[in-house]
Design a protein. Structure first.
Length: 132
């Protein structure tokens, strides 16, 4: 199977809102304050209202539930959502506490982004699968 690079998706998050421990773990909400998508076929910015409804489990992993809206440079709107799995090791804990960053190999971190749009210029997103 051959994978092809399509784009880079990045986001800046506001400090979390801690919703406390529920029956499935500790729920935290990270609102997207800024973000962008950059690729050969797709360029745009994150619109307001997106975020990550993170669920921290007792197994040392967090389950991501990310939802966002993207406004492309040419006026299209795209809905993005992706579940994921993030290992909460020491490097991740320090980055979350300080607003710092981690490198790709610092932890197990995988997502499966999906996109949806009604704009005919970007319908290829509706039938594509992506991985991080």
């Amino acid at each position: 199977m051959n994978f092809e690079f399509e784009f880079t998706l990045s986001a800046t998050l506001k400090p979390p809102i801690d919703m406390g421990a529920g029956p499935f773990g500790i729920r935290r909400f990270f609102e997207v304050s800024d973000g962008s998508i950059e690729g050969k076929r797709l360029k745009g910015k994150a619109s307001s209202g997106g975020g990550d409804w993170l669920l921290v489990g007792s197994d040392g992993f967090a389950r991501l539930d990310v939802r966002a809206q993207i406004a492309t440079e040419d006026g299209a709107f795209i809905y993005a959502n992706y579940p994921g799995l993030l290992e909460l090791n020491e490097k991740v804990g320090q980055a979350l506490a300080t607003g710092g960053k981690t490198d790709y190999g610092d932890q197990y971190f995988r997502t499966t982004p999906r996109f949806e749009t009604g704009d005919p210029r970007y319908t290829w997103l509706n039938q594509s699968l992506f991985r991080s």
